[in-house]
Design a protein around this ligand. Sequence first.
Ligand code: RI2
Length: 320
Amino acid sequence: MFVTETAEKIKSMEIRGAGRIARAAAEALRDHALSVKVKDPAAFRQEMERAAAELVATRPTAVSLPNAVHFVMAGLTAAKTVDEARAGVVRRAGQFIMSSQHAVEKIAEFGARHIRDGDVILTHCNSEVALGCMIEAHRQGKEIEVFATEVRPRNQGHITIRTLNDAGIKTNFIVDSAVRSFIHDVDLVIVGADAVTVNGSVVNKIGTSQVAHTAAEARVNMIVAAETYKFAPRTVVGELIRIEERPSSEVLADEIARTLPHVTVRNPAFDVTPAEYIDLIVTEQGAIPPQMAYVIIREYLGWDIGEFHTAFDLNSGHED
Ligand code: RI2
Protein backbone atom coordinates (compact mmCIF):
# COMPACT_ATOMS: atom_id res chain seq x y z
CA MET A 1 0.00 0.00 0.00
CA PHE A 2 1.19 3.55 -0.70
CA VAL A 3 2.58 5.55 2.21
CA THR A 4 -0.03 8.32 1.94
CA GLU A 5 -2.87 5.80 1.74
CA THR A 6 -1.59 3.97 4.81
CA ALA A 7 -1.07 7.26 6.65
CA GLU A 8 -4.66 8.30 5.88
CA LYS A 9 -6.03 4.97 7.06
CA ILE A 10 -4.06 5.17 10.32
CA LYS A 11 -5.23 8.75 10.91
CA SER A 12 -8.89 7.91 10.28
CA MET A 13 -8.49 4.73 12.39
CA GLU A 14 -9.50 2.45 9.53
CA ILE A 15 -6.23 0.79 10.54
CA ARG A 16 -6.10 0.93 14.33
CA GLY A 17 -4.66 -0.78 17.40
CA ALA A 18 -1.09 -0.03 18.42
CA GLY A 19 0.35 -3.29 17.05
CA ARG A 20 -1.54 -3.14 13.77
CA ILE A 21 -0.52 0.43 12.99
CA ALA A 22 3.12 -0.49 13.63
CA ARG A 23 2.95 -3.43 11.21
CA ALA A 24 1.07 -1.32 8.64
CA ALA A 25 3.80 1.35 8.82
CA ALA A 26 6.52 -1.28 8.33
CA GLU A 27 4.65 -2.67 5.31
CA ALA A 28 4.20 0.82 3.84
CA LEU A 29 7.93 1.57 4.21
CA ARG A 30 8.81 -1.76 2.59
CA ASP A 31 6.47 -1.11 -0.36
CA HIS A 32 7.75 2.43 -0.66
CA ALA A 33 11.39 1.27 -0.72
CA LEU A 34 10.48 -1.11 -3.54
CA SER A 35 8.78 1.59 -5.58
CA VAL A 36 11.09 4.62 -5.20
CA LYS A 37 12.87 5.11 -8.52
CA VAL A 38 15.96 7.17 -7.77
CA LYS A 39 19.60 6.28 -8.47
CA ASP A 40 21.33 8.44 -5.90
CA PRO A 41 21.59 6.86 -2.41
CA ALA A 42 21.25 10.26 -0.71
CA ALA A 43 18.04 10.97 -2.62
CA PHE A 44 16.74 7.51 -1.73
CA ARG A 45 17.43 8.09 1.95
CA GLN A 46 15.78 11.49 1.81
CA GLU A 47 12.66 10.04 0.21
CA MET A 48 12.50 7.24 2.82
CA GLU A 49 12.91 9.76 5.62
CA ARG A 50 10.07 11.84 4.21
CA ALA A 51 7.84 8.75 4.07
CA ALA A 52 8.86 7.74 7.62
CA ALA A 53 8.00 11.20 8.93
CA GLU A 54 4.60 11.11 7.20
CA LEU A 55 3.77 7.81 8.87
CA VAL A 56 5.01 8.82 12.33
CA ALA A 57 2.98 12.05 12.23
CA THR A 58 -0.36 10.22 11.87
CA ARG A 59 -0.99 9.34 15.52
CA PRO A 60 1.21 10.75 18.26
CA THR A 61 0.57 8.41 21.22
CA ALA A 62 1.18 4.79 20.20
CA VAL A 63 4.94 4.39 20.58
CA SER A 64 4.80 1.18 18.57
CA LEU A 65 4.61 3.39 15.48
CA PRO A 66 7.90 5.36 15.83
CA ASN A 67 9.58 2.25 17.27
CA ALA A 68 8.62 0.22 14.18
CA VAL A 69 9.70 3.01 11.84
CA HIS A 70 13.01 3.41 13.70
CA PHE A 71 13.63 -0.33 13.43
CA VAL A 72 12.89 -0.46 9.69
CA MET A 73 14.83 2.71 8.86
CA ALA A 74 17.93 1.26 10.53
CA GLY A 75 18.12 -0.86 7.36
CA LEU A 76 19.50 2.23 5.61
CA THR A 77 22.40 2.76 7.99
CA ALA A 78 25.31 0.92 6.37
CA ALA A 79 23.99 1.00 2.79
CA LYS A 80 26.29 2.50 0.13
CA THR A 81 24.06 1.95 -2.90
CA VAL A 82 20.33 2.32 -3.56
CA ASP A 83 20.03 -1.45 -4.01
CA GLU A 84 21.63 -2.09 -0.63
CA ALA A 85 19.42 0.53 1.03
CA ARG A 86 16.29 -0.94 -0.57
CA ALA A 87 17.26 -4.46 0.51
CA GLY A 88 18.00 -3.22 4.03
CA VAL A 89 14.57 -1.64 4.43
CA VAL A 90 12.76 -4.66 2.96
CA ARG A 91 14.67 -7.03 5.24
CA ARG A 92 14.08 -5.01 8.41
CA ALA A 93 10.39 -4.49 7.59
CA GLY A 94 9.96 -8.25 7.14
CA GLN A 95 11.79 -8.87 10.42
CA PHE A 96 9.59 -6.41 12.29
CA ILE A 97 6.34 -7.84 10.94
CA MET A 98 7.37 -11.40 11.72
CA SER A 99 8.63 -10.68 15.21
CA SER A 100 5.53 -8.61 15.95
CA GLN A 101 3.25 -11.49 14.98
CA HIS A 102 5.41 -13.85 17.02
CA ALA A 103 5.18 -11.45 20.00
CA VAL A 104 1.38 -11.47 19.83
CA GLU A 105 1.40 -15.30 20.00
CA LYS A 106 3.95 -15.40 22.84
CA ILE A 107 2.00 -12.88 24.93
CA ALA A 108 -1.16 -14.96 24.49
CA GLU A 109 0.75 -17.98 25.80
CA PHE A 110 2.31 -16.12 28.77
CA GLY A 111 -0.83 -14.12 29.57
CA ALA A 112 -3.04 -17.22 29.62
CA ARG A 113 -0.93 -18.58 32.49
CA HIS A 114 -2.21 -15.75 34.67
CA ILE A 115 -5.85 -16.56 33.93
CA ARG A 116 -7.41 -19.20 36.18
CA ASP A 117 -10.23 -21.57 35.42
CA GLY A 118 -13.47 -19.78 36.31
CA ASP A 119 -12.03 -16.25 36.13
CA VAL A 120 -14.24 -13.33 35.21
CA ILE A 121 -12.15 -10.82 33.27
CA LEU A 122 -12.85 -7.19 32.49
CA THR A 123 -11.31 -5.59 29.42
CA HIS A 124 -11.46 -2.07 28.03
CA CYS A 125 -11.08 -1.14 24.35
CA ASN A 126 -9.93 -3.56 21.68
CA SER A 127 -6.47 -4.95 22.20
CA GLU A 128 -5.26 -7.75 19.99
CA VAL A 129 -2.80 -8.96 22.65
CA ALA A 130 -5.19 -8.66 25.61
CA LEU A 131 -7.81 -10.63 23.67
CA GLY A 132 -5.13 -13.12 22.64
CA CYS A 133 -4.53 -13.98 26.33
CA MET A 134 -8.25 -14.60 26.93
CA ILE A 135 -8.73 -16.63 23.76
CA GLU A 136 -5.69 -18.78 24.58
CA ALA A 137 -6.97 -19.42 28.13
CA HIS A 138 -10.34 -20.42 26.66
CA ARG A 139 -8.60 -22.64 24.11
CA GLN A 140 -6.82 -24.40 26.96
CA GLY A 141 -10.21 -25.31 28.38
CA LYS A 142 -10.39 -22.70 31.15
CA GLU A 143 -13.94 -21.56 31.67
CA ILE A 144 -13.82 -17.77 31.55
CA GLU A 145 -16.35 -14.98 31.30
CA VAL A 146 -15.63 -11.46 30.11
CA PHE A 147 -17.01 -7.99 30.78
CA ALA A 148 -16.24 -5.74 27.81
CA THR A 149 -16.83 -2.00 27.81
CA GLU A 150 -18.39 -0.03 24.98
CA VAL A 151 -15.43 2.41 24.58
CA ARG A 152 -16.93 5.72 23.64
CA PRO A 153 -16.56 7.54 21.35
CA ARG A 154 -15.23 5.12 18.71
CA ASN A 155 -16.95 2.00 20.08
CA GLN A 156 -13.97 -0.34 19.82
CA GLY A 157 -15.88 -2.50 22.33
CA HIS A 158 -18.06 -3.64 19.42
CA ILE A 159 -15.02 -5.21 17.76
CA THR A 160 -14.04 -6.82 21.07
CA ILE A 161 -17.44 -8.46 21.69
CA ARG A 162 -17.55 -9.80 18.15
CA THR A 163 -14.11 -11.40 18.56
CA LEU A 164 -15.06 -12.87 21.96
CA ASN A 165 -18.39 -14.09 20.63
CA ASP A 166 -16.73 -15.73 17.62
CA ALA A 167 -14.33 -17.48 20.01
CA GLY A 168 -17.34 -18.80 21.96
CA ILE A 169 -16.48 -16.88 25.15
CA LYS A 170 -19.34 -15.84 27.42
CA THR A 171 -19.34 -12.04 27.34
CA ASN A 172 -21.17 -9.19 29.06
CA PHE A 173 -21.27 -5.89 27.17
CA ILE A 174 -21.46 -2.80 29.40
CA VAL A 175 -21.29 0.97 28.97
CA ASP A 176 -18.03 2.54 30.12
CA SER A 177 -19.62 4.10 33.19
CA ALA A 178 -20.87 0.70 34.45
CA VAL A 179 -17.39 -0.58 35.37
CA ARG A 180 -17.70 0.25 39.06
CA SER A 181 -21.14 -1.37 39.23
CA PHE A 182 -19.70 -4.69 38.10
CA ILE A 183 -16.16 -4.65 39.48
CA HIS A 184 -17.06 -6.94 42.40
CA ASP A 185 -18.09 -9.60 39.87
CA VAL A 186 -14.65 -9.40 38.27
CA ASP A 187 -11.49 -11.38 39.18
CA LEU A 188 -9.00 -9.80 36.81
CA VAL A 189 -8.64 -6.82 34.48
CA ILE A 190 -6.66 -7.28 31.27
CA VAL A 191 -6.01 -4.41 28.86
CA GLY A 192 -3.52 -3.57 26.13
CA ALA A 193 -1.21 -0.56 25.82
CA ASP A 194 -0.29 2.11 23.34
CA ALA A 195 2.81 3.06 25.28
CA VAL A 196 4.65 2.01 28.43
CA THR A 197 6.94 4.58 30.03
CA VAL A 198 10.26 3.95 31.76
CA ASN A 199 8.60 4.23 35.18
CA GLY A 200 5.97 1.63 34.29
CA SER A 201 3.03 3.92 33.61
CA VAL A 202 0.77 2.62 30.88
CA VAL A 203 -0.81 4.84 28.27
CA ASN A 204 -3.93 3.21 26.86
CA LYS A 205 -7.43 4.04 25.62
CA ILE A 206 -9.18 6.83 27.48
CA GLY A 207 -10.95 5.39 30.50
CA THR A 208 -8.27 2.82 31.29
CA SER A 209 -7.05 4.78 34.30
CA GLN A 210 -10.62 4.93 35.67
CA VAL A 211 -10.91 1.18 35.23
CA ALA A 212 -7.54 0.74 36.97
CA HIS A 213 -8.52 3.01 39.84
CA THR A 214 -11.78 1.13 40.29
CA ALA A 215 -9.97 -2.23 40.17
CA ALA A 216 -7.38 -1.07 42.73
CA GLU A 217 -10.13 0.11 45.08
CA ALA A 218 -11.85 -3.29 44.78
CA ARG A 219 -8.51 -5.16 45.08
CA VAL A 220 -8.88 -6.70 41.64
CA ASN A 221 -5.58 -7.42 39.88
CA MET A 222 -4.76 -5.65 36.65
CA ILE A 223 -2.61 -7.07 33.87
CA VAL A 224 -1.37 -5.13 30.84
CA ALA A 225 -0.48 -7.05 27.68
CA ALA A 226 2.16 -5.16 25.70
CA GLU A 227 4.79 -6.10 23.15
CA THR A 228 8.28 -4.75 23.92
CA TYR A 229 8.03 -2.30 20.99
CA LYS A 230 5.30 -0.47 22.92
CA PHE A 231 7.84 0.61 25.53
CA ALA A 232 8.87 4.21 25.04
CA PRO A 233 12.65 4.76 24.89
CA ARG A 234 12.47 8.54 24.94
CA THR A 235 10.82 8.50 28.37
CA VAL A 236 14.24 7.48 29.72
CA VAL A 237 15.39 11.03 29.09
CA GLY A 238 12.29 12.52 30.64
CA GLU A 239 10.03 12.98 27.64
CA LEU A 240 6.33 12.62 28.26
CA ILE A 241 3.99 10.71 25.98
CA ARG A 242 1.85 13.04 23.95
CA ILE A 243 -1.85 12.31 24.39
CA GLU A 244 -3.71 12.50 21.10
CA GLU A 245 -6.79 14.71 21.11
CA ARG A 246 -9.10 13.64 18.31
CA PRO A 247 -11.82 15.61 16.48
CA SER A 248 -14.77 16.81 18.56
CA SER A 249 -17.16 15.38 15.96
CA GLU A 250 -16.33 11.89 17.26
CA VAL A 251 -18.09 12.87 20.50
CA LEU A 252 -20.79 15.33 19.39
CA ALA A 253 -22.12 15.84 15.86
CA ASP A 254 -21.04 19.14 14.31
CA GLU A 255 -24.70 20.15 13.66
CA ILE A 256 -25.41 19.92 17.39
CA ALA A 257 -22.09 21.45 18.47
CA ARG A 258 -22.83 24.47 16.24
CA THR A 259 -25.97 25.19 18.29
CA LEU A 260 -23.97 25.24 21.55
CA PRO A 261 -21.55 28.15 21.23
CA HIS A 262 -20.57 28.02 24.93
CA VAL A 263 -19.70 24.34 24.88
CA THR A 264 -16.27 22.97 24.02
CA VAL A 265 -16.00 19.25 23.37
CA ARG A 266 -12.78 17.62 24.59
CA ASN A 267 -11.78 14.28 23.11
CA PRO A 268 -8.49 12.89 24.43
CA ALA A 269 -8.04 9.39 23.01
CA PHE A 270 -5.77 8.05 25.77
CA ASP A 271 -4.97 8.39 29.43
CA VAL A 272 -2.14 7.42 31.76
CA THR A 273 -2.43 4.67 34.37
CA PRO A 274 0.28 4.92 37.03
CA ALA A 275 2.46 1.88 37.69
CA GLU A 276 1.09 1.38 41.21
CA TYR A 277 -2.29 0.34 39.77
CA ILE A 278 -0.73 -2.33 37.56
CA ASP A 279 0.25 -5.75 38.86
CA LEU A 280 1.97 -7.18 35.81
CA ILE A 281 2.95 -6.27 32.26
CA VAL A 282 3.02 -9.33 30.02
CA THR A 283 5.51 -8.97 27.17
CA GLU A 284 6.78 -11.54 24.66
CA GLN A 285 9.94 -11.74 26.79
CA GLY A 286 7.96 -12.69 29.87
CA ALA A 287 5.84 -11.04 32.54
CA ILE A 288 7.37 -8.18 34.51
CA PRO A 289 6.25 -5.88 37.29
CA PRO A 290 5.73 -2.39 35.76
CA GLN A 291 8.68 -1.05 37.75
CA MET A 292 10.98 -3.15 35.53
CA ALA A 293 10.04 -1.27 32.35
CA TYR A 294 13.53 0.23 32.05
CA VAL A 295 15.01 -3.24 31.70
CA ILE A 296 12.83 -3.89 28.65
CA ILE A 297 13.86 -0.59 27.07
CA ARG A 298 17.55 -1.28 27.73
CA GLU A 299 17.70 -4.99 26.94
CA TYR A 300 15.17 -5.52 24.20
CA LEU A 301 14.81 -2.25 22.37
CA GLY A 302 18.59 -1.90 22.44
CA TRP A 303 18.50 1.83 22.90
CA ASP A 304 20.87 3.34 25.39
CA ILE A 305 21.30 6.94 26.46
CA GLY A 306 24.11 7.48 23.95
CA GLU A 307 21.86 6.46 21.09
CA PHE A 308 19.20 8.95 22.16
CA HIS A 309 21.60 11.81 21.79
CA THR A 310 22.51 10.80 18.26
CA ALA A 311 19.01 9.76 17.22
CA PHE A 312 17.08 12.74 18.52
CA ASP A 313 17.37 16.42 18.84
CA LEU A 314 16.56 16.32 22.53
CA ASN A 315 15.84 20.03 22.64
CA SER A 316 12.98 19.76 20.16
CA GLY A 317 10.55 18.15 22.66
CA HIS A 318 7.14 19.83 22.56
CA GLU A 319 4.98 17.17 24.08
CA ASP A 320 2.22 17.65 26.62
P1 RI2 B 1 -3.22 -3.74 20.42
C1 RI2 B 1 -5.69 0.90 20.82
O1 RI2 B 1 -5.72 2.23 20.43
C2 RI2 B 1 -6.29 0.72 22.21
O2 RI2 B 1 -5.94 1.74 23.10
C3 RI2 B 1 -5.67 -0.60 22.57
O3 RI2 B 1 -5.76 -0.89 23.95
C4 RI2 B 1 -4.25 -0.37 22.10
O4 RI2 B 1 -4.38 0.35 20.88
C5 RI2 B 1 -3.41 -1.60 21.90
O5 RI2 B 1 -3.95 -2.40 20.90
P2 RI2 B 1 -6.70 2.77 19.22
O6 RI2 B 1 -5.94 2.52 17.93
O7 RI2 B 1 -1.92 -3.35 19.80
O8 RI2 B 1 -8.01 2.05 19.29
O9 RI2 B 1 -3.04 -4.60 21.64
O10 RI2 B 1 -6.83 4.24 19.50
O11 RI2 B 1 -4.18 -4.34 19.42
